[in-house]
Design a protein around this ligand. Structure first.
Ligand code: F0G
Length: 353
């Protein structure tokens, strides 16, 4: 099989013979059947596990194309604002192309795993005392006034690359699912999936379109509230965004597909996060679990028909944010003396874990 989304889906992408053949083997991520939750909820649930991408999130699909096109168009530097994953991905692909990468992040609100990726790949990391929305505003202006290329999802190549995840879902299932559930932050990814599903449908590769269901974190639910959130707050730092750049396209995706945009609380997010890790064996980051939390909310409301085929997008790898994992799980590693009897006692220990 061809490696990477440019090689695999080039005919659907704005690539030319001058586009660098850049890849870190992004895409081709697993679609894992969630047998426990499927049985519990009476549906056919699959998890699109985007944490398997080279830098551990779905961002790699869009970033590989954005960076390749930037280089093709003569750029020597890229910039982005980020809650962490975009910066990790930009840093990896930019260093591979030998160009400069500047990332602007909200100080103190980026999971350590993501920050370490930007640092280790040699990005210039600027931590500002502000939130993602303010950082995005700044980098947009800088990109406008200079020849540094903006690689946030307002760059159309990002959306083009990210739509390949919808292709993969259809390729794997043989058609589009009934429902696609996805976390919403800056709202680029839901827009990208919808574009991908529509293109496959228009070309007759799939016979139907899914209902697009996007979920924001309650403390950052601008679209649901219908107004910008000045001070977004959520445990899901990846989607701690109060003024989504692709607001309109996300609303259109939900409307056109007969889906919805709703919000989930931090508690609901963490419950889904624990359920995925503890029962399905899939460790995603908190923001990713918003898709499953939202699905659960609507199953409980009775909106999801029995037997429906649902794909939940798990956008990022759980290892990105180990501190939240340690806080979210009650049973901690137990310290015991280093001898066989102590270990044996613990092994036999009154049924406790
Ligand atoms: N899930 C994860 C793990 C993310 O990192 C993001 C966005 C989203 C979901 C939401 O996707 O913005 O397309 O609606 N992270 C961006 C970043 C903002 O900077 O890494 P979206």
């Amino acid at each position: 099989m061809k490696e990477g989304i440019i090689a695999r889906y080039g005919s659907f992408l704005p690539v030319t013979e001058k586009t660098p053949a850049l890849t870190l083997h992004e895409g081709n991520t697993p679609l894992i059947h969630a047998s426990h939750l499927s049985e519990k909820w009476g549906i056919d649930l699959h998890l699109k596990v985007e944490g398997f991408n080279p830098t551990g999130s779905f961002k790699d699909r869009g970033m590989v194309l954005a960076i390749a096109k930037a280089v093709e168009e003569g750029s020597r530097a890229v910039i982005c604002a980020s809650t962490g994953n975009t910066s990790a991905s930009a840093a990896a692909f930019a260093t591979r192309m030998g160009i400069r990468c500047i990332v602007v992040v909200p100080d103190g609100h980026v999971a350590l795993g993501k920050l370490s990726q930007a640092v280790v790949h040699g990005a210039e990391v600027l931590a500002v005392e502000g939130n993602f929305d303010q950082a995005l505003e700044i980098v947009r202006q800088i990109a406008e006034d200079s020849d540094v290329t903006l690689v946030n999802s307002v760059n159309p190549y990002r959306i083009e690359g990210q739509k390949t995840a919808a292709f993969e879902v259809c390729d794997r299932l043989g058609d589009a699912p009934d429902i696609l559930a996805i976390p919403v932050g800056n709202a680029g990814n839901i827009s990208a999936y919808w574009k991908g599903f529509k293109e496959y449908h228009e070309q007759g590769i799939s016979s139907r379109l899914p209902r697009m269901c996007g979920f924001e974190a309650e403390g950052a639910a601008a679209i649901v509230r219908g107004e910008r959130v000045e001070h977004p707050e959520t445990v899901a730092t990846a989607i701690r965004i109060g003024n989504p750049a692709s607001w309109e396209t996300a609303v259109n995706a939900a409307k056109e597909s007969g889906g919805l945009i709703d919000s989930v609380t931090d508690e609901e997010i963490l419950e889904a996060y624990r359920e995925l890790a503890g029962n399905e064996g899939v460790f995603c980051e908190p923001a990713s679990a918003a898709s499953v939390a939202g699905l659960k909310k609507h199953i409980q409301k009775g909106d999801i028909p029995t037997g429906a085929q649902v794909v939940c997008v798990l956008t990022g790898n759980g290892l990105k944010d180990p501190s939240t994992a340690m806080e979210a799980i009650e049973i901690k590693p137990k310290k015991i003396p280093c001898d066989k009897d102590a270990v044996l006692k613990a092994v036999q220990g009154e049924g406790e874990r």
